[in-house]
Ligand binder design. Structure first.
Ligand SMILES: [Zn+2]
Length: 228
């Protein structure tokens, strides 16, 4: 990747939302370059779980100095979701555990070089501290998120589900679903994962995808061609 491009990654927009299911929880969304990846911080009781700190790790970290980061987790190992992790972790003077779905560990080491999008990313992700499997739980303060293994976009893609919220990475988008033409992608497997989400997520679940606007499971069940 060209050195010149490395400074081009930044936060495009930043928004805050109080969880309608639980007023003690809020979600901060950071949209980052180069392909408008959504990065999230779920905050409860002054503690945050950070999901997919995208390409602009240091800049996102600067916006989260008012909370204690309990862990950083990525929904999958693609460069646009993970390449800012090193800069993010280096921005704090305390140790933050870094977690990834077990089957995507291998993607972290080549997140930049393996990118076939031809886009500038900052860095490969560091070695994870935690390899997640289905049923594992991650905390943001008093709130717990269950790890759902949702392969198809990549082998180790995960969805985090809890407190009436779901962080769906590149598995499920508003009106669409993840691409399956990258290495490790498989459309039949993705279909199974989407079926799993249909059964598992309550209709009033607020869905936060890896790209694009948030939605609800109910809306997707009625309008998303990948779920109908
Ligand atoms: Zn992806």
């Amino acid at each position: 990747m060209a050195q010149d491009n490395m400074t081009q990654n930044y936060v495009i927009s930043q928004t805050k939302l109080i969880n309608p299911h639980d007023k003690n929880t809020s979600v901060r969304t950071f949209v980052v370059t180069p392909i408008e990846t959504n990065c999230y911080a779920v905050i409860n009781d002054g503690k945050a779980l950070v999901i997919d700190p995208g390409t602009a790790g240091a800049e996102i970290a600067q916006s989260l100095t008012d909370v204690h980061i309990e862990a950083v987790v990525v929904t999958h190992g693609h460069g646009d979701h993970v390449s800012g992790i090193k800069a993010f972790l280096d921005s704090f003077d305390y140790k933050i555990p870094f977690a990834v779905g077990a089957y995507d560990e291998k993607r972290l080491k080549t997140a930049v070089s393996a990118s076939n999008l031809g886009l500038p990313y900052d860095d490969d992700a560091p070695k994870p501290d935690v390899l997640l499997k289905a049923g594992d739980k991650l905390a943001a303060g008093q709130v717990l998120f269950e790890v759902l293994h949702t392969p198809g976009h990549t082998e180790g893609g995960i969805v985090l589900y809890g407190d009436g919220l779901a962080f769906t990475g590149d598995t499920l988008f508003k009106g669409s679903a993840g691409r399956t033409d990258f290495p490790g992608g498989d459309s039949a497997t993705l279909k199974k994962s989407l079926e799993h989400l249909k059964k598992k997520l309550a209709p009033d679940t607020l869905v936060f995808p890896g790209h694009g606007p948030k939605t609800t499971m109910e809306e997707e069940l009625h309008t998303n061609p990948f779920l109908t």
